[in-house]
Design a protein around this ligand. Sequence first.
Ligand code: UD1
Length: 417
Amino acid sequence: MDKLVIEGGVPLAGEIGVSGAKNATLPILTAALLTAEPLTVSNVPHLRDVTTMLNLLAQMGVAVSMDEKLGVELAASRITDPVAPYELVKTMRASVLVLGPLVARCGEARVSLPGGCAIGLRPVDQHIKGLQAMGAEVSIEHGYISVRAKRLRGATICLDLVTVTGTENLMMAATLAAGTTRIENAAREPEVVDLAGCLIAMGARVRGAGTDVITIEGVERLHGARYSVMPDRIETGTFLAAAAATGGEIRLRGARPDILDSVLEKLREAGAQVDTGPDWIALKTNGALSAVSLRTAPYPAFPTDMQAQFMALNTVASGTALVTETIFENRFMHVQELIRLGADIEVEGNTAVVKGVRHLDGATVMATDLRASASLVLAGLIARGTTTVERVYHLDRGYERIEEKLSRLGARIRRVR
Ligand code: UD1
């Protein structure tokens, strides 16, 4: 298993480009199931989760190829097997995103229930509730969700809580339903908006994406399209936090500052100077950082996917920060590892109390999930001496060539196989 070995203490400096967003790419790839014509997706990041999704789609009979501009072309002229098996779903919960498109296009789908997950229970009851409201018959058999519907009907669905993939699944299902669907209490995440953009390019009638009410007028069929995925706001935020935590100065090209308000605000509150243009963000620090308290919540509030990285930043900031996680119940797995590097953190319920220390000291730590891994890499960049981050495969699920990008910013980081 690969490890990352980091010699800490180097302020990050320089310029790099931001990759396409993982969380927009995954639903957009599954949208290919909605049409018999080819969907060509560009700016697709090279990540393990993306490969897993392409394998899953290929297994269902979707023809997957690369076009001359490195776009991924997906042609679902025939879907031979509308099933997402346990082996794939257990490695990537976002596999559940095939459920809505499959039922809409084939009238049936079988998707394995996601198994135990490291960061919480994450049930899929809202996905199921929405499909039932649209007339689908849902049963749970042998660990699989089986859904059947001759043709889905438009419905008004009020989600009990804000769910990103739940909103995306139902929005995709509704594009081919008979009549109009209204999703209330919808997720407003920019990735939902990006998916809606792709569906509209395919001929879907979607209004309101980016607000908490999305209206979809069903059509008989969708057609092929070309679509370019938005930049990854979490990758962007991770590099900015790393630059701030190491006292560096960086510029990110191809970024979207307009969808990062809450994160940029917290970086400024910590004492970093952040400048933005239409498609770039620059950050520099003058002196020590101040602790920043934060509370995760659905967009546009502070993203749960940035919580662990800010925890790492707070470990060496001056003062005490309260970091409250409201989305997932078990998302503090990085805390124990950060403590092994010398951090002073106490967890009380869903809040971590982080008291800034003068410095962290390198050690061997183990990554437990995607964003926890990112926070350990950040901590390694801050720490004195050598930090070895084990189980890097979590990081490879969501960060494209992270060690290469960090090296370009001057970090002393290498992968050991
Ligand atoms: C997506 C993101 C993930 C991010 C998360 C929250 C993708 C591929 N992943 O995950 O990176 O951390 O949003 O921003 O886009 N819930 C239910 N019932 C449901 C669905 C969700 O109770 O049917 C709960 C979950 O347990 C969780 C909360 O709702 O506590 C939010 O989950 P959700 O927004 O669905 O997360 P994902 O879409 O899986």
